[in-house]
Write a protein that binds this ligand. Sequence first.
Ligand SMILES: [Zn+2]
Ligand SMILES: [Zn+2]
Length: 283
Amino acid sequence: MECLELFIPRSPTQFVISTDTVQREALCCVVALAAGFGVGAANYVFERVGFQLCRALEARGVVRRFVPTGGQFEEHPLSNVWAVGAPYIALYYLIARFLWPGLSERMVVSFNLLEVWVFVWCAMVAHDAWFYSMHRLFHQVKPLFRLVHQRHHQNGSNVTVLGTAFGDAADIGLCFVAFHGALGLALWLLPRWNLVGVVTLIAFEVATNITGHCGYELPLWMHAAVTAGVGLTPMAATSKTHYIHHLDPRYNKALYFTWCDRLAGSYRDKHRLIAGDAPEKAA
Ligand SMILES: [Zn+2]
Ligand SMILES: [Zn+2]
């Protein structure tokens, strides 16, 4: 007759293994918490720097707001801590717990600029399709919209850099963090991967997201700089593209490029509220 065997440590070695497991779990949790909240804090710093830069350039006439508003510029520091931090904590825990030993063995650090740029461009093409699919789903399924995406649209046309991360954790988790999970899995399967490429991707992904929420028309050189040159790709999105989405959520649901929206017939490059796009009033 079979019987259930209770786990009763029979030797000190079993206690040692058990302690190692607890220590490893604790280490994964600490790394995940530090890295997740670190990303949230970094996003907040990027927002503050981007906001001050936009204001300074506006004062010098280098950039102009799409829709001048006299309203207050609202800060959302808790969005950075919670909405950005929480999903990244989950991601980094999973990576530390299940992928890291394998990932670290195949990691290289290479500053080959061409290799890094090609990786960033390819990753942005893949993320664009991912982001568009998720974002479109949010807008199509109304209960889902109310649950995860409505908050991000509450600022209406008063969009500023300070609201880049304004939204629900599930929104950022599904649109950004889940993609990074899939990317981590893909890199885990590759014979080698470059840490410099991944860090560069994250930095310019944040910069591109901030650009989309800055509310300013940027000169081409600046747009090229903040997108690592990916913004020079034909039919790439500009700061105006996502701003139009906040003015009219039916349009422009992609992040880096306009290809998906053009194919779906949801691309617009003009809006009546934007100065210069509005039809001239009759005298
Ligand atoms: Zn947005
Ligand atoms: Zn939206």
